[in-house]
Write a protein that binds this ligand. Sequence first.
Ligand code: 5AD
Length: 336
Amino acid sequence: MNETVKAMERGDASRETLRKGLTLRGADQEALFALARVRRDAAFGGGAVEVRSVIEISNICKQRCNYCAIGSGSCEGQYLIEVAEFIERIELLSRVGRRVVLVQSGENDDQDFVDHVAACVGAAKQSHPDMVLLLCLGNMARAQYARLREAGADRYILKFETSNPELYHKLKPRDTLDNRLRCLKDLVELGYRVGSGNMVGLPGQTIEDMVTDILTLGFLDLAMSSCTPFIPGIETIYRDEPMGDVDLALNTMALVRILYPNRLIPTTSSLEKARPDGQYLGLMAGANTVTIHDGTPPERKDLFPIYDSKRFSPGEEHLMNAVRRAGMKPVQGALR
Ligand code: 5AD
Protein backbone atom coordinates (compact mmCIF):
# COMPACT_ATOMS: atom_id res chain seq x y z
CA MET A 1 0.00 0.00 0.00
CA ASN A 2 1.07 3.59 -0.59
CA GLU A 3 3.27 4.95 2.23
CA THR A 4 1.09 8.03 2.80
CA VAL A 5 -2.08 5.95 3.06
CA LYS A 6 -0.28 3.63 5.50
CA ALA A 7 0.74 6.66 7.56
CA MET A 8 -2.87 7.88 7.58
CA GLU A 9 -3.98 4.43 8.69
CA ARG A 10 -1.58 4.66 11.65
CA GLY A 11 -3.10 7.99 12.66
CA ASP A 12 -0.32 10.21 11.35
CA ALA A 13 -1.75 13.74 10.92
CA SER A 14 1.50 15.60 10.24
CA ARG A 15 1.47 18.44 7.76
CA GLU A 16 3.76 16.46 5.50
CA THR A 17 1.46 13.45 5.38
CA LEU A 18 -1.60 15.62 4.74
CA ARG A 19 0.21 17.50 1.98
CA LYS A 20 1.13 14.24 0.30
CA GLY A 21 -2.37 12.89 0.86
CA LEU A 22 -3.86 15.82 -1.00
CA THR A 23 -1.81 15.11 -4.11
CA LEU A 24 -2.40 11.33 -4.37
CA ARG A 25 -3.85 10.30 -7.73
CA GLY A 26 -4.66 7.08 -9.60
CA ALA A 27 -4.32 3.81 -7.63
CA ASP A 28 -2.91 5.66 -4.59
CA GLN A 29 -5.95 7.94 -4.49
CA GLU A 30 -8.18 4.86 -4.74
CA ALA A 31 -6.41 3.41 -1.69
CA LEU A 32 -6.98 6.67 0.22
CA PHE A 33 -10.68 6.61 -0.65
CA ALA A 34 -10.93 2.93 0.35
CA LEU A 35 -9.49 3.74 3.79
CA ALA A 36 -11.93 6.66 4.12
CA ARG A 37 -14.86 4.32 3.35
CA VAL A 38 -13.65 1.77 5.87
CA ARG A 39 -13.52 4.48 8.54
CA ARG A 40 -16.94 5.84 7.56
CA ASP A 41 -18.57 2.44 7.59
CA ALA A 42 -16.98 1.58 10.95
CA ALA A 43 -18.35 4.81 12.44
CA PHE A 44 -21.81 4.79 10.86
CA GLY A 45 -22.39 1.23 9.68
CA GLY A 46 -24.45 -0.11 6.83
CA GLY A 47 -23.52 2.49 4.22
CA ALA A 48 -26.19 4.88 5.50
CA VAL A 49 -26.58 8.25 3.76
CA GLU A 50 -28.47 11.05 5.53
CA VAL A 51 -30.95 12.65 3.14
CA ARG A 52 -31.86 16.30 3.65
CA SER A 53 -33.92 18.90 1.90
CA VAL A 54 -33.12 22.59 1.76
CA ILE A 55 -35.45 25.57 2.06
CA GLU A 56 -33.79 28.81 0.99
CA ILE A 57 -35.80 31.07 3.25
CA SER A 58 -34.38 34.42 2.09
CA ASN A 59 -31.75 35.78 -0.30
CA ILE A 60 -31.15 38.98 1.66
CA CYS A 61 -27.44 39.14 2.49
CA LYS A 62 -25.28 41.67 4.32
CA GLN A 63 -21.99 40.21 3.16
CA ARG A 64 -20.59 40.85 -0.29
CA CYS A 65 -18.47 37.73 -0.73
CA ASN A 66 -16.44 37.94 -3.89
CA TYR A 67 -17.19 34.33 -4.88
CA CYS A 68 -20.96 34.59 -4.54
CA ALA A 69 -23.56 36.39 -6.67
CA ILE A 70 -26.17 36.81 -3.92
CA GLY A 71 -26.58 40.49 -3.19
CA SER A 72 -24.87 41.54 -6.40
CA GLY A 73 -26.76 43.67 -8.91
CA SER A 74 -27.59 40.61 -10.97
CA CYS A 75 -29.54 39.02 -8.13
CA GLU A 76 -32.82 40.83 -8.64
CA GLY A 77 -35.75 40.54 -6.31
CA GLN A 78 -35.10 40.17 -2.61
CA TYR A 79 -37.42 37.71 -0.95
CA LEU A 80 -38.35 36.35 2.45
CA ILE A 81 -40.55 33.29 2.85
CA GLU A 82 -43.38 34.00 5.28
CA VAL A 83 -44.19 31.67 8.19
CA ALA A 84 -47.29 30.18 6.54
CA GLU A 85 -45.44 29.38 3.32
CA PHE A 86 -42.51 27.97 5.30
CA ILE A 87 -44.83 25.60 7.15
CA GLU A 88 -46.44 24.59 3.84
CA ARG A 89 -43.03 23.63 2.54
CA ILE A 90 -42.22 21.68 5.73
CA GLU A 91 -45.56 19.92 5.38
CA LEU A 92 -44.83 19.00 1.79
CA LEU A 93 -41.35 17.71 2.67
CA SER A 94 -42.73 15.73 5.58
CA ARG A 95 -45.24 14.06 3.28
CA VAL A 96 -42.45 12.78 1.01
CA GLY A 97 -40.77 11.37 4.10
CA ARG A 98 -38.11 13.97 4.79
CA ARG A 99 -36.98 14.29 8.42
CA VAL A 100 -33.97 16.60 8.08
CA VAL A 101 -34.33 20.09 6.62
CA LEU A 102 -31.65 22.70 6.04
CA VAL A 103 -32.89 26.27 6.36
CA GLN A 104 -30.57 28.52 4.38
CA SER A 105 -30.42 32.26 3.72
CA GLY A 106 -28.03 35.04 2.91
CA GLU A 107 -26.07 36.26 5.93
CA ASN A 108 -28.49 38.47 7.78
CA ASP A 109 -28.25 39.38 11.46
CA ASP A 110 -31.10 41.91 11.47
CA GLN A 111 -33.05 41.21 14.64
CA ASP A 112 -36.32 41.19 12.65
CA PHE A 113 -34.97 38.42 10.46
CA VAL A 114 -33.72 36.41 13.44
CA ASP A 115 -37.13 36.75 15.08
CA HIS A 116 -38.77 35.68 11.82
CA VAL A 117 -36.63 32.54 11.53
CA ALA A 118 -37.26 31.78 15.21
CA ALA A 119 -41.00 31.96 14.49
CA CYS A 120 -40.62 29.61 11.50
CA VAL A 121 -38.52 27.15 13.48
CA GLY A 122 -40.90 27.26 16.45
CA ALA A 123 -43.94 26.65 14.27
CA ALA A 124 -42.23 23.83 12.35
CA LYS A 125 -41.15 22.10 15.56
CA GLN A 126 -44.63 22.39 16.96
CA SER A 127 -46.35 20.83 13.95
CA HIS A 128 -43.49 18.38 13.15
CA PRO A 129 -41.57 17.62 16.35
CA ASP A 130 -39.65 14.83 14.62
CA MET A 131 -38.18 17.17 12.00
CA VAL A 132 -34.48 17.95 12.51
CA LEU A 133 -33.77 21.56 11.57
CA LEU A 134 -30.34 22.75 10.46
CA LEU A 135 -29.75 26.44 10.05
CA CYS A 136 -27.25 28.05 7.68
CA LEU A 137 -27.77 31.81 8.09
CA GLY A 138 -24.28 33.20 8.58
CA ASN A 139 -22.69 35.29 11.32
CA MET A 140 -24.77 36.51 14.22
CA ALA A 141 -24.41 37.69 17.79
CA ARG A 142 -24.31 34.96 20.42
CA ALA A 143 -27.70 36.04 21.82
CA GLN A 144 -29.24 35.61 18.36
CA TYR A 145 -27.87 32.09 18.03
CA ALA A 146 -29.24 31.40 21.51
CA ARG A 147 -32.68 32.64 20.48
CA LEU A 148 -32.77 30.31 17.48
CA ARG A 149 -31.56 27.38 19.57
CA GLU A 150 -34.32 28.03 22.12
CA ALA A 151 -36.83 28.16 19.27
CA GLY A 152 -35.87 24.56 18.50
CA ALA A 153 -33.05 24.61 15.93
CA ASP A 154 -30.92 21.48 16.23
CA ARG A 155 -27.88 22.15 14.12
CA TYR A 156 -26.03 25.05 12.49
CA ILE A 157 -23.71 25.13 9.51
CA LEU A 158 -21.17 27.95 9.28
CA LYS A 159 -18.23 27.33 7.01
CA PHE A 160 -14.95 29.13 7.72
CA GLU A 161 -14.24 28.71 3.94
CA THR A 162 -10.47 29.25 4.41
CA SER A 163 -8.29 29.28 7.52
CA ASN A 164 -5.92 31.83 5.97
CA PRO A 165 -6.95 35.15 7.59
CA GLU A 166 -5.71 37.37 4.73
CA LEU A 167 -7.37 35.25 2.08
CA TYR A 168 -10.55 35.13 4.19
CA HIS A 169 -10.75 38.90 4.34
CA LYS A 170 -10.08 39.16 0.61
CA LEU A 171 -12.97 36.80 -0.13
CA LYS A 172 -15.28 38.31 2.48
CA PRO A 173 -14.28 41.99 2.70
CA ARG A 174 -16.93 42.76 5.33
CA ASP A 175 -15.80 40.05 7.74
CA THR A 176 -12.75 38.59 9.48
CA LEU A 177 -11.72 35.01 10.17
CA ASP A 178 -11.53 35.81 13.90
CA ASN A 179 -15.16 36.84 13.92
CA ARG A 180 -16.15 33.71 12.02
CA LEU A 181 -14.33 31.51 14.54
CA ARG A 182 -16.00 33.41 17.41
CA CYS A 183 -19.37 32.55 15.89
CA LEU A 184 -18.41 28.87 15.63
CA LYS A 185 -17.31 28.82 19.27
CA ASP A 186 -20.62 30.39 20.34
CA LEU A 187 -22.60 27.84 18.35
CA VAL A 188 -20.76 24.89 19.89
CA GLU A 189 -21.16 26.32 23.41
CA LEU A 190 -24.89 26.82 22.86
CA GLY A 191 -25.33 23.11 22.22
CA TYR A 192 -25.88 23.09 18.48
CA ARG A 193 -24.47 20.22 16.49
CA VAL A 194 -22.19 22.35 14.34
CA GLY A 195 -20.89 21.96 10.81
CA SER A 196 -18.04 23.86 9.20
CA GLY A 197 -15.60 23.49 6.37
CA ASN A 198 -13.62 24.98 3.55
CA MET A 199 -13.55 25.62 -0.16
CA VAL A 200 -10.75 24.14 -2.23
CA GLY A 201 -9.10 25.86 -5.18
CA LEU A 202 -9.87 29.46 -4.21
CA PRO A 203 -7.93 32.11 -6.15
CA GLY A 204 -4.66 32.62 -4.27
CA GLN A 205 -5.09 29.57 -2.01
CA THR A 206 -2.09 27.25 -1.59
CA ILE A 207 -1.75 23.56 -0.71
CA GLU A 208 -0.36 24.70 2.67
CA ASP A 209 -3.57 26.67 3.24
CA MET A 210 -5.59 23.52 2.54
CA VAL A 211 -3.48 21.51 5.01
CA THR A 212 -4.19 24.17 7.65
CA ASP A 213 -7.92 23.98 6.76
CA ILE A 214 -7.93 20.23 7.44
CA LEU A 215 -6.15 20.72 10.78
CA THR A 216 -8.48 23.62 11.71
CA LEU A 217 -11.43 21.25 11.32
CA GLY A 218 -9.80 19.20 14.07
CA PHE A 219 -9.56 22.13 16.52
CA LEU A 220 -13.29 22.73 16.29
CA ASP A 221 -15.80 20.51 18.05
CA LEU A 222 -17.82 19.65 14.95
CA ALA A 223 -20.51 17.13 14.10
CA MET A 224 -20.39 17.91 10.36
CA SER A 225 -17.58 18.86 8.00
CA SER A 226 -17.93 19.99 4.43
CA CYS A 227 -15.50 20.64 1.62
CA THR A 228 -16.45 22.02 -1.78
CA PRO A 229 -14.44 22.79 -4.88
CA PHE A 230 -14.42 26.50 -5.70
CA ILE A 231 -16.78 27.37 -8.57
CA PRO A 232 -15.93 30.59 -10.45
CA GLY A 233 -19.40 32.13 -10.60
CA ILE A 234 -20.08 33.80 -13.95
CA GLU A 235 -21.52 36.86 -12.22
CA THR A 236 -18.60 37.37 -9.84
CA ILE A 237 -15.18 39.00 -10.17
CA TYR A 238 -13.71 35.48 -10.23
CA ARG A 239 -15.50 34.48 -13.44
CA ASP A 240 -12.23 34.00 -15.35
CA GLU A 241 -10.48 32.05 -12.58
CA PRO A 242 -10.03 28.28 -12.93
CA MET A 243 -12.49 25.88 -11.31
CA GLY A 244 -11.32 24.32 -8.04
CA ASP A 245 -9.53 20.99 -8.56
CA VAL A 246 -12.05 18.21 -7.90
CA ASP A 247 -9.34 15.72 -6.93
CA LEU A 248 -8.01 18.09 -4.28
CA ALA A 249 -11.54 18.50 -2.92
CA LEU A 250 -12.19 14.74 -2.93
CA ASN A 251 -8.86 14.03 -1.25
CA THR A 252 -9.66 16.68 1.38
CA MET A 253 -12.95 14.91 2.07
CA ALA A 254 -11.19 11.54 2.37
CA LEU A 255 -8.52 12.95 4.70
CA VAL A 256 -11.18 14.62 6.85
CA ARG A 257 -13.11 11.34 7.03
CA ILE A 258 -10.00 9.42 8.11
CA LEU A 259 -9.00 12.02 10.73
CA TYR A 260 -12.50 12.69 12.09
CA PRO A 261 -14.50 9.53 11.29
CA ASN A 262 -17.66 10.35 13.24
CA ARG A 263 -18.70 13.42 11.28
CA LEU A 264 -21.41 13.86 8.71
CA ILE A 265 -19.79 14.83 5.41
CA PRO A 266 -21.96 16.02 2.51
CA THR A 267 -21.36 15.28 -1.13
CA THR A 268 -22.24 18.71 -2.52
CA SER A 269 -23.74 19.88 -5.81
CA SER A 270 -20.57 21.91 -6.47
CA LEU A 271 -18.75 18.57 -6.94
CA GLU A 272 -21.29 17.62 -9.59
CA LYS A 273 -20.98 21.03 -11.23
CA ALA A 274 -17.20 20.78 -11.33
CA ARG A 275 -17.21 17.23 -12.73
CA PRO A 276 -20.01 15.00 -14.03
CA ASP A 277 -20.58 12.26 -11.43
CA GLY A 278 -18.72 14.35 -8.84
CA GLN A 279 -21.30 13.59 -6.16
CA TYR A 280 -20.92 9.85 -6.67
CA LEU A 281 -17.16 10.34 -6.29
CA GLY A 282 -17.80 12.30 -3.08
CA LEU A 283 -19.58 9.28 -1.61
CA MET A 284 -16.72 7.05 -2.76
CA ALA A 285 -14.31 9.43 -0.97
CA GLY A 286 -16.13 9.04 2.34
CA ALA A 287 -19.15 11.37 2.30
CA ASN A 288 -22.44 10.31 3.89
CA THR A 289 -25.05 12.98 3.36
CA VAL A 290 -26.94 14.35 0.33
CA THR A 291 -29.13 17.43 0.06
CA ILE A 292 -32.14 17.41 -2.26
CA HIS A 293 -33.17 20.82 -3.62
CA ASP A 294 -36.88 20.27 -3.25
CA GLY A 295 -37.69 22.59 -0.35
CA THR A 296 -37.45 26.06 -1.89
CA PRO A 297 -40.61 27.16 -3.71
CA PRO A 298 -39.81 26.66 -7.42
CA GLU A 299 -40.41 30.31 -8.34
CA ARG A 300 -37.68 31.44 -5.91
CA LYS A 301 -35.01 28.97 -6.92
CA ASP A 302 -33.23 31.22 -9.41
CA LEU A 303 -33.14 34.01 -6.84
CA PHE A 304 -30.57 32.14 -4.76
CA PRO A 305 -27.51 32.16 -7.04
CA ILE A 306 -24.75 30.93 -4.71
CA TYR A 307 -22.43 30.00 -7.52
CA ASP A 308 -24.45 30.67 -10.62
CA SER A 309 -27.25 32.80 -11.93
CA LYS A 310 -29.29 29.73 -12.70
CA ARG A 311 -29.11 27.54 -9.63
CA PHE A 312 -27.56 24.19 -10.45
CA SER A 313 -29.29 21.37 -8.65
CA PRO A 314 -29.02 17.72 -9.59
CA GLY A 315 -32.40 16.03 -9.22
CA GLU A 316 -33.39 13.51 -6.58
CA GLU A 317 -33.33 10.60 -8.99
CA HIS A 318 -29.80 11.36 -10.09
CA LEU A 319 -28.64 11.62 -6.47
CA MET A 320 -30.37 8.44 -5.35
CA ASN A 321 -28.81 6.66 -8.28
CA ALA A 322 -25.37 7.87 -7.16
CA VAL A 323 -26.12 6.62 -3.63
CA ARG A 324 -27.06 3.17 -4.93
CA ARG A 325 -24.03 2.95 -7.21
CA ALA A 326 -21.82 3.81 -4.23
CA GLY A 327 -23.29 0.74 -2.48
CA MET A 328 -25.01 2.93 0.10
CA LYS A 329 -28.60 3.42 1.16
CA PRO A 330 -30.60 6.60 1.77
CA VAL A 331 -31.90 7.20 5.30
CA GLN A 332 -34.68 9.68 6.04
CA GLY A 333 -33.66 11.06 9.40
CA ALA A 334 -30.64 12.18 11.37
CA LEU A 335 -27.73 9.72 11.32
CA ARG A 336 -26.39 11.39 14.45
N1 5AD B 1 -17.82 27.89 -5.10
C1 5AD B 1 -17.90 26.87 -4.21
N2 5AD B 1 -18.62 26.90 -3.09
C2 5AD B 1 -19.32 28.02 -2.84
N3 5AD B 1 -20.11 28.36 -1.83
C3 5AD B 1 -20.57 29.59 -2.05
N4 5AD B 1 -20.09 30.07 -3.19
C4 5AD B 1 -19.29 29.12 -3.71
C5 5AD B 1 -18.50 29.03 -4.87
N5 5AD B 1 -18.43 30.03 -5.74
C6 5AD B 1 -20.33 27.51 -0.67
C7 5AD B 1 -19.66 28.16 0.53
C8 5AD B 1 -20.81 28.57 1.42
C9 5AD B 1 -21.90 27.61 1.00
C10 5AD B 1 -23.28 28.11 1.31
O1 5AD B 1 -21.71 27.47 -0.39
O2 5AD B 1 -18.83 27.22 1.18
O3 5AD B 1 -20.53 28.46 2.78
